[in-house]
Design a protein around this ligand. Structure first.
Ligand SMILES: Cc1ncc(CO)c(N)n1
Length: 225
């Protein structure tokens, strides 16, 4: 079995939980609380800033110009295109995008960002890519699944959000395929023991995706700090 197949297989139980999460189901049903949406966008703005910096680490660790090109395109996409889904959520929440851009990192955002930075600091390209992949992977599956479920209707206020991650995500989907290809290419260089570590980084990021939705749904912030 290819390394990527193994990760996709092991990630299925978490992916299923993500698809069942009330925030994600709420997007499908066109019904998520304004507080949850505002909290999500503030945290996701922060997360995507970290995500772009981790792409920069992936560039440092790249082995070819094709890889450098891929990561460069992705930074550009995150910076200039991925603001659209944030604007979609802000519109439904009835807030200005600028009002959440200085929100402090909540605990799970901190954990997820630090988890990626750890891979950037201590790992090789394979560690960095494994920690980043659940981001495009889970969102492309969310988008596709919501489309398949018939949720992208004119009356759903999240239509544009769903279409972005399902359709534009032909781009996101292609991206996850390309990133899985990098993992397979790199995996051949490493021992089973090392690949177990890489798998752990990947699965932790999958779980952190679930926590990210959950944190925003319940607006869980630091309690004492
Ligand atoms: C936390 C998180 N994961 C994935 C994506 C998709 O890029 C996003 N915007 N935020």
């Amino acid at each position: 079995m290819e390394f990527s197949e193994r990760l996709i297989k092991k990630g299925q139980p978490i992916l299923k939980q993500i698809l069942k999460h009330p925030f994600v189901e709420g997007i499908g049903q066109g019904d998520v609380s304004k507080d949850a949406l505002a909290f999500y966008v503030g945290q996701d703005f922060n997360y995507l800033n970290a995500f772009m910096k981790v792409y920069a680490a992936a560039i440092q660790k790249s082995n070819s110009r094709d890889q450098i090109q891929l990561f460069t395109n992705q930074i550009e996409f995150t910076l200039n295109s991925e603001i659209q889904p944030h604007i979609d959520f802000c519109k439904v929440a009835g807030i200005e995008y600028s009002t959440v851009q200085n929100d402090k990192q909540a605990p799970m955002t901190y954990l997820y960002n630090e988890h990626m930075y750890n891979a950037a600091r201590t790992g090789d390209l394979i560690d960095v890519v494994a920690s980043m992949l659940p981001c495009p992977w889970t969102y492309s599956v969310i988008g596709e699944t919501l489309i398949e479920q018939g949720s992208s209707t004119e009356s759903n206020p999240f239509k544009s959000w769903i279409d972005f991650y399902a359709g534009v995500n032909s781009e996101d989907k292609m991206l996850s395929v390309q990133l899985f290809d990098i993992l397979d290419l790199e995996a051949s260089k490493y021992s089973d023991e090392k690949l177990k570590e890489v798998e752990d980084r990947f699965l932790k990021s999958c779980e952190l995706e679930w926590h990210f939705w959950d944190q925003a749904y319940y607006q869980r912030d630091w309690k004492f700090v």
